[in-house]
Design a protein around this ligand. Structure first.
Ligand SMILES: Cc1ncc(COP(=O)(O)O)c(C=O)c1O
Length: 361
């Protein structure tokens, strides 16, 4: 067998997604008892208690397939956002929705436009389909540059990806900026707004893309239960989109794509607004402590509406290595001149602050 020619040629430029270091690896290497995994923008807390109870209640039913249409969860999401049931899709993580959206409409000759650095799956989705990807610099504040995106769109542009708050910088697009952008966006372009970190935003000016959702616009809003809802291990994400987009994605997705435990957990978590508010406040407090610490030490950061903070460093690699010896795992963006540091729980934030103070005070 000649494996070099066996696979579709698009795979040649694709690289498998690289997850961060595992806790066990770091425990062994750094010989520390306590490890703070602040590298994948996960929640430092367990899932909501209501979600854990609901998930435990599903275990004995695992002999059966889940509801393949995720009916109850989609109904709850439709009610939450005031949209129709057929305008909601759920998937095993919003990652897979991004890939399914791309495969439903992209082919060689099309292009997609977004800013960089941002979430690597936008690039992967284009690479898989053979579409061209146009990566434009972010604004100086780490937010998507909407004017640059408008200028890069041409007749072959099929998708524009926006990430707000943006991973890895943290900045959010504002409502007025977005409204002006929507007015100028050509009609043939599908606008995919990835709001995986939306629930952490506290600035009243930050965009909530659902404010702009209506049936007339080719707008897709993606969100996830992986971050604020602390269910990254269960894999549930969702998309709100015009019904034809949902129908297209439905044809592509794996049958029974969201398992029954995840469906039950997500449904319960969605109904627990009080816990969400508590966690939003905890995150905002920890985020501010990190930002204050970096400001005290004279280190530049981007503004953040997310559950992580980007800090610029002359030698990001050395700081990354030093943090690891303290059991603190962050995401290394040394090539872009910085580190992305997740907001941990109180102990994780304190450990991060202490280590930076030792290094820079
Ligand atoms: C911007 C962004 N979008 C989407 C995702 C995917 O989330 P999930 O597939 O867990 O729903 C992530 C995860 O890190 C992300 O950072």
């Amino acid at each position: 067998m000649d494996w070099n020619t066996f696979f579709i040629k698009e795979l040649e430029q694709l690289k498998a997604y690289q997850p961060g270091l595992r806790v066990e690896q770091v425990k062994q290497q750094a010989a520390v008892d306590e490890v703070y995994k602040l590298s994948s923008n996960e929640s430092p807390y367990p899932p909501f208690a209501s979600a854990i109870a609901a998930m435990q209640g599903e275990l004995e039913g695992l002999n059966q397939y889940p509801d393949g249409a995720s009916t109850e969860l989609r109904e709850a999401l439709a009610a939450r956002y005031g949209v129709d049931f057929n305008q909601v899709t759920v998937a095993s993580g919003s990652n897979s929705l991004l890939m399914d959206l791309a495969t439903s409409c992209l082919h060689p000759g099309n292009n997609v436009v977004y800013c960089w650095p941002s979430f690597v799956v936008y690039r992967m989705s284009a690479q898989l389909t053979g579409a061209e990807y146009r990566e434009l610099p972010l604004r100086a504040d780490g937010v998507f540059d909407l004017d640059a995106i408008l200028a890069a769109i041409d007749a072959d542009t099929k998708i524009v990806y926006l990430c707000s708050p943006n991973n890895p910088t943290g900045g959010a697009i504002t409502k007025p900026e977005f409204a002006a952008f929507l007015d100028k966006l050509p009609e043939q372009v599908l606008l995919v707004i990835d709001q995986a970190y939306q629930e952490f935003a506290t600035d009243p000016a930050a965009l909530d893309a659902m404010d702009f959702f209506d049936d007339a616009r080719p707008l897709v809003v993606l969100r996830t239960f992986s971050k604020m809802y602390a269910m990254a291990g269960a894999r549930v994400g969702y998309g709100i989109a015009p019904a034809p987009v949902i129908e297209a994605v439905d044809k592509i997705r794996t049958p029974f794509n969201v398992n029954s435990v995840a469906q039950a957990g997500a449904l319960a978590a969605l109904g627990d607004g009080e816990e969400l508010e508590r966690r939003r406040a905890d995150n905002a407090r920890g985020r501010q402590q990190l930002l204050d610490c970096f400001a005290r030490l004279g280190l530049k950061t981007y503004p953040s509406e997310a559950n992580f903070v980007w800090v610029f460093l002359d030698d990001a690699q050395a700081v990354f290595d030093k943090l690891l010896t303290h059991g603190i795992i962050v995401r290394n963006f040394a090539a872009d001149g910085g580190l992305r540091i997740g907001v941990g729980d109180a102990a994780g934030v304190a450990a991060t602050v202490q280590t930076f103070e030792e290094m820079f005070a």
